[in-house]
Ligand binder design. Structure first.
Ligand SMILES: [Zn+2]
Length: 185
């Protein structure tokens, strides 16, 4: 069975990530969704590795996170974040992958499709970037999901809801499952 590395964005301490207008910390949401995702994947028989445990200062070092994933020879890496923008109107879900990596692109497509269907927010699609450290330096296929905009009051409210967090975790697990099944063929 595959080993899946789950990367809950931001360390909590000292870095809460983005903070919503209602005071919600991105690091709390990413940790909650990561734990739910871990529980789902373990139930499905996958090995899981988390790059952060609660509020975890050592995880502030992204090189530390990448080292954990690479040293464990994880098969796939999923980073969980919430988006933020200067405009409180910005909204929707998107998934990032490294440019030029076909496997990561396919994984991003599958996860984004599941997230868009489950969360019913604006589908911002998949995006490529070369500046996201954890995508650049992990040795395995890797994606980074931006679940919704914590800077948007309506989406911040959704992100706080346990049912929304659970749906997001289920959607990521479903996308991962489809990708792993296709890889195994
Ligand atoms: Zn973030």
């Amino acid at each position: 069975m595959a080993t899946i590395c789950i990367d809950p964005g931001h360390s909590g301490l000292p870095d809460p990530g983005a903070v919503g207008p209602g005071g919600t910390k991105e690091s709390d949401i990413t940790w909650a969704v990561a734990q739910k995702l871990r529980d789902i994947l373990r139930t499905e028989g996958y090995q899981c590795l988390l790059t952060r445990c609660g509020d975890d200062p050592q995880s502030d070092d992204l090189a530390y996170r990448v080292r954990l994933a690479n040293d464990a020879a994880a098969d796939v890496f999923v980073s969980i974040h919430c988006n933020a923008a200067a405009s409180s109107q910005a909204h929707g879900t998107e998934t990032w992958h490294c440019a030029g990596c076909t496997a990561s692109r396919q994984l991003a497509k599958l996860i984004q499709a599941e997230l868009a269907a489950a969360l019913e927010l604006t589908d911002r699609g998949i995006k490529t970037g070369q500046s996201l450290y954890v995508l650049l330096h992990t040795l395995m296929p890797a994606v980074l999901v931006e679940l919704a905009f914590i800077s948007n009051p309506a989406e911040e409210e959704l992100l706080r809801q346990e049912s929304f967090q659970h749906q997001a975790a289920c959607a990521i697990a479903a996308g991962l499952g489809k990708w792993l099944a296709a890889e195994a063929e």
